[in-house]
Design a protein around this ligand. Structure first.
Ligand SMILES: Nc1ncnc2c1ncn2[C@@H]1O[C@H](COP(=O)(O)OP(=O)(O)O)[C@@H](O)[C@H]1O
Ligand SMILES: [Mg+2]
Length: 212
């Protein structure tokens, strides 16, 4: 079966889309953002398309495009719709699929369902992105606990940012979690720099083998 990888994170604005773009390049895959909340600025699909240099056929259309940059449950309400989470299923693809959630794990998709519950139903290997900044141990260990409690297959943690050696070690040890790699802060952030950094710091085989 073609690999499907879910990319989640400890928070919004931590670099999930940038990592997902790099991962899509690394795997020669297809990117999918099921729920896009916020259409005023560049959407995640647009950012990833540019950063991964993807042709249109390697970016699936969003299932939901909501106007306001808010939690999906609220953005949907303001648009006068409700997201049917049961209908949100992983598409069948011929290339590896990289799926990006919204915000963190406990983000409501509607008033009854959290994103982490959707990830649990999907059962696909899920990568947890974490910043390398003060506060990340707490956010990352809490996120790991929430995933394990719901039996979301946790493939491993990806760090984003400059090295913070003790923090990374502490998360790996105390979270009993595999570290898949660290994507450094890139300046300038270009498709070329991202492709190079992803190839230097991550191994495609770690993502294609499924959850341990
Ligand atoms: N590795 C990186 N190097 C440089 N800038 C980054 C990196 N990762 C993220 N950023 C920047 O941080 C901001 C948030 O990143 P983004 O991937 O959109 O976060 P998320 O998807 O978690 O909301 C963006 O402006 C993005 O360009
Ligand atoms: Mg994003």
């Amino acid at each position: 079966m073609t690999a499907k990888i879910v990319v989640t994170g400890t928070d919004t604005g931590i670099g999930k889309s940038v990592f997902a773009a790099g991962l899509t390049t690394l795997l020669g895959g297809i990117y999918w953002k099921p729920v896009q909340a916020g259409l005023g600025e560049e959407t995640d699909s647009e950012v990833v398309t540019l950063l991964a240099g993807l042709p249109p056929e390697r970016v699936l259309p969003e299932a939901w495009r909501l106007a306001e940059p808010l939690s999906p449950h609220r953005a949907a309400e303001l648009d006068g719709v409700e997201i049917d989470t049961e209908a949100l299923t992983l598409p069948v693809t011929t290339l590896p699929l990289v799926v990006e959630g919204a915000g963190g794990l406990m983000v409501p998709v509607n008033r009854r369902t959290l994103y982490v519950d959707v990830f649990a139903r999907w059962g696909a290997p899920t990568v947890l992105c974490a910043r390398t900044e003060l506060g990340t141990i707490n956010h990352t260990l809490l996120s790991i606990e929430a995933m394990r409690r719901r039996s979301v297959p946790l493939l491993g943690v990806t760090f984003i940012g400059d090295e913070l050696a003790d923090t990374q070690r502490t998360i790996a040890e105390m979270g009993q979690v595999r570290v898949l790699g660290r994507l450094p802060h890139l300046d300038p952030l270009t498709p070329e720099a991202l492709a190079k950094a992803i190839r230097a710091n991550f191994d495609a085989a770690d993502f294609l083998g499924g959850a341990p």
